[in-house]
Design a protein around this ligand. Structure first.
Ligand code: C5P
Length: 396
């Protein structure tokens, strides 16, 4: 029997931990709970104990707890550690390596995979401190499910609501019983912006962060694919287990993509500059009093997606493009599917008010052989996982 150590921290979503325990037990998992002091303001030890049919641990220096099972043993006794709900405070402690109670000590001492299900007020989730902590945790390999968007207990609307217990269970099953439908497959992914030089120190760029493309590369690798990620200049960390080629301009990106072929599938998530500067200068352009501002002459860049998707022996079997639009989203995406000879288009509205470009969430439509599917607004990691599964299905 696989065992889950469930750490419950103190958020209003703690009540959903009870349903998660019920689902885990029903699916045949052993569950041991660890609570923070605050968690017990929201759920009782008795309920956790009754549902998990197991002792609940709470205090670091409890003689009873320690004599039954020391905190180091506890941290390694399970196959997976799950933090649900994961409050902003506990996530910050994990990112900072603090260990001032049993929950944080167990998380620091463990050698097992960790899955967190964040749950907090929307402002707390979007705060740069929380976002920076999440980046740190992801870089260290911590798995994340959610949070979802919705109306929260505090009546505010936005991302921060803990994923539903069924979604957390699905994430747990994926980690404990990894299916590798893409093993033996090679997938090419592009990500990030491109930089088109004006002179040696200046360039034209765009707001793409690379978060979505990098998350897709990670999700494909998690399904067993060998992934080549061709990335423009980004500050997000390289995904684990993925071969990364760094490029700057669209022309370099095309070359790197061609060098990566053959591939079974290719996902073009990069925001490639449509134009480059034809009259880029070899030396820094000097500002001179009385001399007019230089005129930039723009010429079209190669379309990487259309080039790789053109029929021929090296065409990957499945080609996925993105359509980032600010109006007529679906019509533009549909015409892109045909014009570029892609099999799927992931369409997203990148109007500034959506906060999608550069943000951590995405709301997409998937356009493909089955028509148009509208996906709910999800964390970019969750969009990536869904897309990776669809690619695996299409390659079967
Ligand atoms: O034509 P548009 O730029 O809207 O198309 C977006 C899709 O095409 C994305 O998948 C993007 O990665 C890809 N693209 C490309 N090379 C370009 C322009 C866009 O691969 N030069």
């Amino acid at each position: 029997m696989k065992r889950v150590l469930l750490i419950v921290s103190g958020g209003i979503a703690a009540y959903k931990a009870l349903e998660l325990i019920r689902l885990l037990r029903k699916s045949g998992y052993g569950v041991t709970c660890v609570t923070t002091d605050n968690a017990e303001q929201f759920v009782t030890r008795l309920s956790l104990q009754a549902l998990s049919e197991n002792t609940v641990y709470g205090q670091l220096f409890s003689l009873t707890d320690e004599s039954e099972m020391g905190h180091i043993q506890l941290s390694r006794s399970a196959d997976l550690l799950v933090v649900a709900p994961a409050t902003a405070n506990l996530l910050a402690k994990m990112a900072g390596g603090l260990a001032d109670d049993l929950a944080s000590t167990v998380l620091l001492a463990t050698d097992k995979p960790v899955l967190v299900a964040p749950a907090m007020n929307v402002r707390m989730w979007l705060h740069p401190a929380t976002q920076a902590n999440m980046t740190t945790l992801r870089t260290r390999g911590v798995q994340v499910v959610g949070p979802d968007e919705g109306t929260m207990a505090c009546n505010e609307f936005g991302p921060g609501r803990m994923s539903e217990p069924a979604a957390i269970l699905a994430a747990i099953e994926a980690l404990l019983h990894p299916v590798r439908p893409l093993s033996g497959r090679h997938v090419l992914v592009t990500s990030g912006p491109t930089h088109e030089p004006i002179d040696p120190v200046r360039y034209i760029a765009n707001r793409s962060s690379g978060r979505q493309g990098h998350a897709i590369a990670a999700a494909l690798a998690a399904l067993g694919a060998r992934v080549t990620l061709v990335s423009g200049p980004v500050s997000v960390p390289d995904p684990a287990g993925v071969a990364v080629t760094r490029v700057e301009s669209a022309r370099e990106m095309l070359e790197a993509c061609q060098a990566a072929l053959p591939a079974d599938a290719a996902v073009f998530a990069a925001a490639v500059a449509d134009w480059r500067v034809a009259n880029a200068s070899d030396g820094k352009i000097k500002k001179q009093p009385g001399v007019a501002a230089p005129a930039l002459e723009l010429v079209p860049n190669p379309d990487i997606l259309a080039t790789i998707a053109a029929a021929g022996p090296t065409r990957p079997r499945i080609v996925v493009g993105f359509a980032a639009e600010t109006n007529d989203l679906l019509a533009n995406a549909q015409s892109k599917l045909q014009r570029k000879n892609a099999d799927f288009i992931v369409a997203n509205d990148v109007s500034p008010e959506t906060g999608i470009m550069g943000g951590t969430e995405n709301a997409v439509h998937l356009i493909g052989p089955r028509g148009v599917e509208e996906w709910p607004r999800l964390a970019k990691d969750d969009v990536a996982r869904r897309l990776a599964l669809r690619i695996a299905e299409a390659l079967r």
